[in-house]
Design a protein around this ligand. Structure first.
Ligand SMILES: NC(=O)c1ccc[n+]([C@@H]2O[C@H](COP(=O)([O-])OP(=O)(O)OC[C@H]3O[C@@H](n4cnc5c(N)ncnc54)[C@H](O)[C@@H]3O)[C@@H](O)[C@H]2O)c1
Length: 352
């Protein structure tokens, strides 16, 4: 599945933690040195309107395609627009499509690169916390079709992922908050030490200290890479990354709230369910909920349980009358529990 860009010939400034090498990540790498990663290749940058406006000077010197920012543009129409631009530029197999932006940009980049000419090489430069710790890692991409999120997509690994932390200087606070929902998720499912680190510091600390943020991002990349490495095509272990996402996605679809907020409410509900059915100690559940609130994420909301249940019934992860639900039995350890839909319906009222 890997593109032909040979990672062994690349010269990462810092190799990063174990497991990450397979994902071809280049930490603390200057965006200005992008061409060195793909000598002799033609780079076409793909970005959104916000980044194109903020980084005009940095992007000059490369071919550039930009599309209007926002999740509502992660669709076939944008894909068609990008493909028309690629044709106009006479982009071919010698072209490397490089997505510079948040998760919307990295998803569209991976998708277009997978289908254009049956596949061209691509690389990613994630610029939001969420894209750095999650969307750019693992090779999944997707576009939305109406209310159905990520209904179309492929799994195909990028040739490289470049981390230039200076992009974070312009990231709005609301997007830092969004990204930390996934950071807290990683801590809950895989890493009690990361959880303790998050308890020790605050959002303000991370925003004001990119060295500390780099350490945090790299820990998260290692966690996601390790999980994906075990199970690239989500047959088993990779499902634990969906902690908080079954209920979270349903709420996101229904209420249209930011992804991180919806996932935070989903994780709160999953902790409550973990306490009821998964052996999670009451105090540990409280610790998770306290941490979410500390990072300015919502932990409850008024929701119509039946409507939430109706959306969950349509979940991609449903198998017959069961749903694979992700629970934790302690902070740092998640497991998959097949749950009858009716059991979940019964509990939804109490756990939301
Ligand atoms: N493929 C995967 O495995 C995966 C995993 C998680 C999420 N996702 C997808 O990621 C998307 C969410 O990602 P996101 O939260 O990054 O959304 P996004 O791409 O919409 O970015 C959020 C906002 O921040 C802006 N932005 C990004 N970086 C910036 C910077 N450095 N300076 C200023 N503004 C900046 C963007 O222009 C946008 O307005 C969703 O579509 C989700 O489905 C994919």
């Amino acid at each position: 599945m890997h593109d032909k860009l040979d990672p062994e010939n690349l010269d990462p400034l810092r190799p990063g933690p174990p497991g990450v090498k397979a994902m071809n990540c280049h930490f603390d790498y200057l965006f200005a040195r992008l061409q060195e990663l793909v000598p002799g290749k033609r780079i076409v940058l793909l970005t959104d309107s916000n980044l194109a406006g903020l980084y005009t000077a940095a992007f000059s010197g490369h071919h550039l395609i930009s599309f209007p920012a926002g999740e509502s543009n992660k669709n076939q129409q944008t894909v068609d627009q990008v493909i028309r631009e690629l044709i106009r530029m006479e982009a071919g197999k010698d072209t490397v499509l490089v997505g510079v932006g948040g998760g919307v940009v990295t998803d569209i980049t991976g998708f277009v690169a997978a289908v254009y000419m049956r596949g061209i090489p691509f690389g990613l430069v994630p610029t939001s916390i969420l894209a750095m710790v999650d969307a750019a890692i693992g090779g999944k991409n997707g576009i939305d079709v109406g209310i159905y999120k990520n209904l179309l997509g492929t799994i195909r690994q990028p040739g490289f992922v470049v981390y230039d932390y200076s992009f974070l200087n312009t990231l709005p606070v609301s997007e830092w908050v969004n990204g930390f929902a996934e950071v807290i998720k990683h801590a809950c499912i895989r890493d009690a030490n990361l959880f303790a680190m998050l308890e020790r510091y605050s959002l303000h600390d991370f925003q004001g200290n990119l060295v500390l943020t780099a350490e945090l991002v790299e820990k998260n990349v290692a966690i996601k890479s390790a999980v994906v490495h075990l199970d690239e095509f989500e047959k088993g272990e990779r499902k634990i990354l969906n902690f908080g996402h079954t209920i979270g996605h349903a709420i996101e679809n229904l209420v249209g709230m930011p992804h991180g907020h919806a996932i935070s409410i989903g994780m709160t509900a999953a902790c409550n369910l973990s306490e009821k059915m998964g052996g999670l100690h009451f105090e540990e559940a409280k610790k998770v909920i306290r941490l979410l609130a500390k990072y300015h994420l919502p932990v409850d909301m008024e929701a119509d349980h039946e409507k939430v249940f109706d959306v969950i019934r349509m979940d991609k992860k449903r198998e017959g009358e069961d749903l694979n639900f992700i629970l934790i039995d302690k902070i740092g350890h998640a497991f998959i529990m097949p749950l009858a839909l009716e059991t979940l319906r019964h509990h939804l009222k109490e756990i939301l």
